[in-house]
Design a protein around this ligand. Structure first.
Ligand SMILES: Cc1cc2nc3c(=O)[nH]c(=O)nc-3n(C[C@H](O)[C@H](O)[C@H](O)COP(=O)(O)OP(=O)(O)OC[C@H]3O[C@@H](n4cnc5c(N)ncnc54)[C@H](O)[C@@H]3O)c2cc1C
Length: 353
């Protein structure tokens, strides 16, 4: 029997596995895809989050962003100071998985978990080919979490962003972003969301995201956005981002982290920093429970208690987004005061967690 099984080798799962093994727990990490795996993402991670990782992560940086240009209806309205690093997710995530392996984690890829059961004596984990057991389990299997479904903790699908992303070769688009090491963020009067341009070494990451209930015609908006900056609309990949924390993020011996639990900055859709934060807190709780040989519900509720200060921040952001999401019609257009609102909100939104 393992001490901890972690399901999902994204940044949250790999980091949780790394922390568990580093504190001496026998840890297995199971991933459904073949590693390293690709993930739709802008790939922005702040310097504070990177400081939790080994220094070698800086070798995987595609580009650095010391500021973000904010545009409203194509007009640049301000530049925000930032400490951003831009990554390709297949490199970023796999770097953390390798940190986990180096710490002693056993990794099994191409192996989707199909079901998880909380039992008094441990957690039973089923895959297509095997049944495994652990004393504790961390569910880090993303927005459509199978672990969450197995234990009855699921997201409300109306509390999400729909986002799409594409990568464009840079050769002919070198002037797309303008001077300096930065990214561009674009707000529009007819979109409850935003678009972005993020430089990579030999390409630009281009994307758009909007609240799912206001995202009708998002593909068309993406095409118009591309046309507006004079690039052909490239091959697009879409994905969902939960913007609301689950009411409950643990049950019995199972804890959810990252997107599976809804650890996302609701104003930016950024889930890597809060995902890594939640992974750390879950791994600390696993260690405590195993050291105390206490697997009670009360002991596993120490995980959400540890996250309390982050909860306040995340929930405040979510509340404002929920108001926009629920109390506006689906063809909503931002009013004239939007420009100053965007300026104020974008300054706060860009701070992580
Ligand atoms: C278009 C887009 C742009 C984004 N841009 C940014 C950004 O710039 N910065 C930022 O911080 N965040 C960004 N995000 C959000 C970010 O991608 C997520 O918040 C982050 O990936 C969450 O990490 P995670 O480890 O919780 O989940 P994931 O990265 O989704 O990893 C979950 C893992 O679990 C695996 N898995 C799923 N089901 C199973 C199963 N049944 N069995 C085994 N394994 C399973 C998956 O294959 C995957 O590898 C963006 C999201 C989108 C969609």
């Amino acid at each position: 029997m393992y001490d901890v099984i972690v399901v999902g080798a994204g940044p949250a799962g790999s980091y949780a596995a790394y922390k568990s093994a580093s504190s001496g727990l026998e840890t297995l990490l199971i991933e459904k895809d073949r590693l390293p795996r690709w993930k739709a993402c802008g790939g922005i991670v702040d310097g504070r989050t990177l400081s939790k990782l080994d220094r070698g992560i800086f070798d995987a940086v595609e580009a650095k962003g010391s500021f973000t240009n904010v545009f409203y209806n194509s007009k640049r309205i301000q530049a925000l100071e930032r400490d951003d690093y831009f990554f390709k997710r297949e490199k970023f995530d796999y770097f953390i998985t390798k940190m986990a392996m180096d710490a002693g984690v056993e990794v099994v890829d191409s192996c989707p978990v199909t079901d998880v059961t909380n039992r008094p004596e441990g957690v039973a984990v089923r895959t297509a080919h095997m049944e495994l057991k652990s004393r504790l389990l961390i569910g880090a299997d993303g927005v459509h979490s199978t672990v969450g479904k197995s234990i009855g903790l699921v997201h409300n699908h109306s509390r999400m962003y729909a986002a799409m992303v594409a990568s464009v070769g840079l050769q002919s688009y070198e002037n797309l972003l303008g001077e300096g090491d930065h990214s561009n963020m674009y707000f529009f009067e007819d979109l409850l969301g935003f678009a972005w341009l993020i430089p990579n070494k030999e390409s630009v990451n281009i994307g758009i995201g909007a609240l799912t209930r206001k995202s009708r015609g998002l593909r068309g908006k993406f095409e118009r956005f591309c046309a507006g900056i004079d690039i052909p609309c490239p091959k697009v990949h879409g994905h969902m981002i939960p913007y609301k924390l689950l009411e409950k993020i643990q049950s019995g011996r199972v804890m959810l982290v990252g997107d599976a639990a809804g650890f996302v900055n609701a104003w930016t859709g950024g889930g890597i920093p809060p995902g890594i934060y939640s992974a750390e807190k879950a791994a600390e709780t696993c260690l405590e429970m195993i050291e105390n040989d206490d697997f009670s519900e009360k002991a596993s509720r120490r995980y959400p208690s540890r996250c309390r200060s982050a909860f306040r921040n995340l929930r405040f952001r979510t509340k404002l987004v929920e108001i926009l999401d629920s109390d506006t019609p689906s063809d909503f257009e931002l009013p004239g005061i939007a420009k100053s609102l965007v300026r104020r909100l974008s300054a706060v939104a860009s701070q992580s967690l």
